[in-house]
Design a protein around this ligand. Structure first.
Ligand SMILES: NC(=O)c1ccc[n+]([C@@H]2O[C@H](COP(=O)([O-])OP(=O)(O)OC[C@H]3O[C@@H](n4cnc5c(N)ncnc54)[C@H](OP(=O)(O)O)[C@@H]3O)[C@@H](O)[C@H]2O)c1
Length: 262
């Protein structure tokens, strides 16, 4: 299936690793010019930028000015914007329960998982409207509707994020900007499987081993495994493409059947 994405310009947040890297690689493979934002680069992203129209922008997206700087640099360099992928996010397991979650913890979770997307979207929308039909795809999480006290602040932030995107789809659909979310369950990235990831953090607290924690979580999915970053990227590209031209205000769940209810 031809996605007809060639020649488009995209901004991807959190593009150096994991899901954001897979999305950036996939967009580049379809002939999309990508402005890729992250605090640090990565070997994989540098390798991609050396052979494809991918421009790496070092930016801390949790700062008030970071998101607009990313968008402004992309537009200045590439002359416009067709696709925004709000991907950046992070989670810290709250192993000591809600009462141990401080204001600083809440502030950090809401900033990286919600406010970054609000600010990036605010900066991007005038450019997206100018180039309509255009699109926003935001990486939310099954935790937006699967509340879990172990990641209580992350869940609340992702719920806000999904709700925000649905509202946006109503205001900007008539202007030609489609807005959708993708909600993954556990994905094979550093967020879950890295040295400071969820599996290692839970294992340290419970005396288990990270592989055992991951295996137990994988077993909760009907498919019995984590999602691969490339599988999330493929959904994002479909939503970003005109092939999904009448899909807006939708949330696509990719969780291997982890969520058991309709
Ligand atoms: N993995 C999962 O199981 C899973 C499940 C559901 C939803 N999600 C969502 O999917 C998205 C991507 O997750 P992931 O698993 O791919 O995460 P990841 O592997 O930890 O990668 C996060 C990316 O964001 C960048 N980043 C982190 N903090 C940043 C900041 N302050 N400013 C700019 N860039 C920053 C990181 O690069 P630097 O460190 O260099 O900045 C990296 O490129 C997140 O929104 C996450 O909530 C993930």
């Amino acid at each position: 299936m031809d996605l007809n994405l060639s020649g488009k310009v995209a901004v991807v947040t959190g593009a150096s690793k994991g899901i954001g890297l897979a999305i950036t690689q996939s967009l580049a493979a379809e002939g999309v010019t990508v402005a890729a934002g992250a605090r640090q680069g990565s070997d994989e992203l540098s390798e991609l930028a050396s052979r494809a129209p991918v421009h790496v922008i070092a930016v801390d997206l949790t700062t008030p000015e970071g998101p607009a700087r990313l968008v402004d640099e992309a537009v200045a360099r590439f002359g416009g914007l067709d696709i925004l992928v709000n991907n950046v996010g992070a989670v810290r397991p709250r192993l000591d329960g809600f009462l141990a979650v401080t204001d600083e913890d809440w502030d950090a979770a809401l900033t990286i998982n919600f406010l970054t997307a609000v600010r990036t979207t605010r900066a991007a929308l005038p450019h997206l409207v100018a180039r309509a039909p255009s699109t926003i795809v935001t990486i939310s999480s099954v935790n937006a509707f699967l509340p879990d006290p172990g990641v209580i602040d992350y869940c609340a932030a992702k719920a806000a994020l999904s709700n925000f995107c649905k509202s946006l789809s109503k205001e900007f659909g008539p202007l030609g900007v489609r807005v959708n979310t993708v909600s993954p369950g556990p994905v094979e990235t550093a967020l879950w499987l890295g040295d400071e990831g969820v599996a290692a953090t839970v294992a340290r607290a419970t005396g288990g081993d990270p592989a055992g924690v991951a295996k137990q979580v994988a077993a909760e999915a009907a498919t019995g495994r984590f999602t691969r970053p490339q599988e999330v990227a493929d959904l994002v590209l479909l939503l970003a493409s005109g092939r999904a031209g009448n899909v807006t205000g939708s949330d696509l769940v990719i969780d291997g059947g982890l969520v058991k209810t309709l």
